[in-house]
Ligand binder design. Structure first.
Ligand code: VAH
Length: 309
């Protein structure tokens, strides 16, 4: 059976729904600190789980005989800069609880999300390779880079089968994201449809690696279904979908909403975005577990507007 911790979050919501479609509703337990969307709550078992409380996690794992855990709870980049200590504690304690439960043989397989936020200002910005200089300058990026080191350590030392993906910025319509720097690319749709105008918190030429949620969910399911011996990277895999700037996504939206206008008022999140790569080389994920993405900017914008209007 599968437990998703952070099941009510931006990724967790859609991941839970997809896993229930694949493995059956009653075999996928949604866990979070608060209840989620009606679709999520109606489609299968839900338990209040505090990702920072090991007993809370272990009780659910024992009760439902869980053998796979997807740990999707985390504090994202922008919020983590406001609450560094809380972000570090949430992002790290939750990971250690799951790694140790697996080390004790109580669960067999873990998915843990990393992020392109592990790269920093000294990382090559274009086509960032799988192995490269990583000096993250954000609390969130530091926590994700450290988490990757621990995942690899627990695999090598204790044989814990943990798999991970460095997600780019994720765009989705089912659940609002919370506290991310790439969230402008979600907000822009809601504002466009509501006000025909968006005041963007990043500069118009800020190029960032992005992915439509459908592709992120496909990759997550795929890496967990891959035979263990084919998972050669036990830190985390680079994953790429598309790269665009606020100006480019705004221009694509204007093809559908001709009167849409954007202004640019960069805030503290600009320095976070500037520390990240513009594009990612995910050739290693393509080699090891046949990854390929489906959505480009044009297809994503159409899908977002069709589902939000
Ligand atoms: C954030 N959406 O903005 C997350 C993600 C690469 C960005 O990690 O913090």
């Amino acid at each position: 059976k599968i437990l998703i911790i952070g099941a009510c979050g931006q990724i967790g919501t859609e991941l839970t729904i997809r896993l229930r479609e694949i493995y059956g509703n009653d075999n996928v337990i949604a866990g979070d600190i608060r209840e989620g969307s009606e679709e999520l709550m109606q489609s299968g078992p839900f338990e209040i789980v505090d990702a920072m409380n090991r007993t809370s996690i272990e009780d659910v794992c024992l009760h439902y005989e869980i053998n796979e855990v997807y740990l999707m709870a985390a504090m994202l980049s922008a919020t983590a800069e406001k609450y560094p200590k809380k972000a570090w504690n949430l992002n790290m304690d939750s990971l250690f609880h799951i790694l140790n439960i697996a080390k004790e043989g109580k669960i067999d397989k873990i998915f843990w999300p990393s992020s392109i936020a592990v790269f920093g200002p000294t990382t090559p910005k274009e086509n960032t390779p799988q192995q490269t200089v990583m000096e993250p300058s954000t609390v969130y990026g530091i926590s994700k880079q450290t988490g990757e080191r621990w995942c690899e350590y627990y695999y090598n030392k204790y044989g814990v089968d943990v798999r991970s993906i460095r997600y780019p910025g994720l765009i989705s319509w089912k659940t609002l994201p919370g506290g991310g720097t790439t969230d402008y690319a979600v907000e822009i749709f809601h504002e466009a449809l509501k006000n025909n105008h968006y005041d963007c918190f990043l500069k118009e030429d800020t190029s960032l690696p992005m992915m439509f949620m459908e592709d992120a969910i496909k990759a997550t399911v795929s890496i967990m279904q891959t035979k263990s011996e084919n998972i050669k990277q036990r830190s985390s895999y680079n994953l790429a979908g598309m790269t665009f700037t606020p100006a480019e996504i705004a221009s694509e939206i204007t093809k559908h909403l001709p009167d849409f206008t954007v202004t640019y008022q960069p805030d503290f999140r600009q320095s976070i975005a500037d520390s990240w790569p513009g594009s990612i080389d995910d050739s290693v994920a393509r080699e090891d577990w046949s990854w390929s993405h489906d959505y480009d900017l044009e297809k994503m914008v159409k899908e977002m507007l069709d589902n939000l209007k």
